[in-house]
Design a protein around this ligand. Structure first.
Ligand SMILES: [Zn+2]
Length: 407
């Protein structure tokens, strides 16, 4: 059992924040079991003036791109060829993969991120290395290799008859590890790097095991045009629909250039959207039409999309999400932004046990030190999300266990 005194900020709903200036928080067996105003009792540690927040959720990022943050000088398809594919080829070497996986986990934990959906390279061995690192670092994640067999360097192509058995082996080894802390996701990279056969095999594999699926959708106009032409479909989304990939365990990154019909079908299928505004800005991909997604009640999470995104810090990504909203005439509230970066992300990734600070949920938390003059929730949000030079995290916990601490 652990008892803390702290300041607490947590989303309650998409429209409401909980702010406790002086709170008592009690943890037991990895769960938050008590939260309320401080009542004078002795505590194990006084974390003030730190602010306890739910751990952040990164719904879309690429672990083999950890070392090439900042290289994404768009557009997307040129960047993949110039920077991404050469870097990802190095992950055939599992020693290299292990070095980067450790760095990746450390960057997540030191950013206050406790749960992520991480894409690997095409190499099953590199995905095995990543899952081992995530297990060791104590983080929650959905992860898997990307599936690719078309229109990329031959060293990065793995046909379905080899990729799916390798994925099945990863599922047998890792899916559900440590009471569901780690899960394997089925990740066809995007339509342009997959054959019809591979997309269908991916859809069938996810269905067989009840797994989450993730891929990119409609990130650039050029990608949409090539997808429609190559697969002979009416629109981009249909490529994934016919492969059985679009359902309520599907997390789609970007979703920028979609028709009304595609938005309606996404909403009807109950997919979740991984909004990646910083990546969209850096690659010049466009602005996600946030009103179209919200009007239809789509579940929205945010993704750093490292390395097209320029930061592992989800608060930094929420700042970009705010800017993206303004460009669409939508002023996002602090509650909405924090929801997307925590509870919304947790629900999108099928982790209802986390994403908020409230009794009964798992103690996936981070501790942020705002500047000393900050005294209220608005000030914390301003400092956390919008002051890019503000101090960063002090400590991060998953299930009440410290996974990173500023030394
Ligand atoms: Zn991506």
């Amino acid at each position: 059992m652990t008892t803390w005194r702290a300041r607490v900020l947590s989303p309650v709903t998409e429209d409401e924040l909980l702010w406790l200036e002086d709170a008592l928080v009690r943890l037991e067996d990895g769960l938050i079991v008590e939260l309320g105003p401080y009542d004078g009792r002795a505590v194990d540690e006084d974390l003030r003036p730190g602010v306890l927040l739910p751990g952040f959720v990164d719904a879309h990022l690429h672990y083999p791109q950890t070392r090439i943050v900042g290289s994404a000088t768009g557009p997307l398809l040129d960047w993949l060829t110039a920077s991404t594919f050469p870097e990802e080829q190095r992950f055939e070497d599992e020693d290299h993969a292990a070095q980067v996986a450790a760095m990746f986990c450390n960057r997540l934990a030191s950013s206050g991120t406790t749960l992520c959906l991480a894409y690997g390279s095409v190499h099953p061995g590199a995905a095995q290395v990543l899952l081992s690192a995530l297990a060791e670092h104590g983080l929650k994640a959905l992860a898997g290799p990307v599936l690719m067999d078309t229109d990329c360097p031959s060293a990065l192509q793995l046909p379905a008859e080899r990729a799916i058995p390798a994925l099945e082996a990863l599922i047998a080894r890792w899916h559900g590890h440590d009471d569901g802390r780690l899960r394997v996701a089925v990740i066809p990279r995007f339509a342009l790097s997959c054959s019809t056969e591979l997309l269908e095999a991916a859809g069938a594999c996810a269905h067989r095991h009840g797994l989450y699926v993730s891929t990119h959708l409609a990130e650039t106009v050029e990608e949409c045009r090539i997808a429609r032409r190559r697969f002979g479909t009416d629109d981009y989304l249909q490529v994934y629909e016919v492969a059985g990939l679009i359902h309520d365990r599907c997390v789609l990154a970007h979703c920028i250039h979609l028709s009304d019909s595609e938005w309606d079908r996404l909403a009807a299928a109950g997919v979740s959207l991984a909004h990646c505004p910083d990546s969209n800005d850096f690659l010049g991909s466009g602005s996600m039409p946030v009103a179209a997604a919200r009007r239809r009640g789509l579940s929205i999470a945010v993704g750093s999309d490292v390395a097209a995104g320029r930061s592992f810090r989800i608060p930094r990504i929420l700042s970009s999400a705010y800017d993206n909203g303004l460009r669409q005439g939508v002023t996002l509230s602090a509650a909405s932004l924090l929801w997307w970066g925590t509870r919304g992300g947790a629900l999108a990734l099928g982790h209802p046990e986390t994403g908020q600070i409230r009794p009964g949920l798992e103690a996936d938390l981070c501790l942020f030190d705002p500047p000393p003059w900050v005294e209220d929730a608005d000030g914390v949000v301003a400092s956390l999300i919008f002051d890019h030079d503000a101090p960063r995290m002090r400590q991060t916990w998953v299930r009440g266990i410290c996974v990173w601490e500023q030394l």
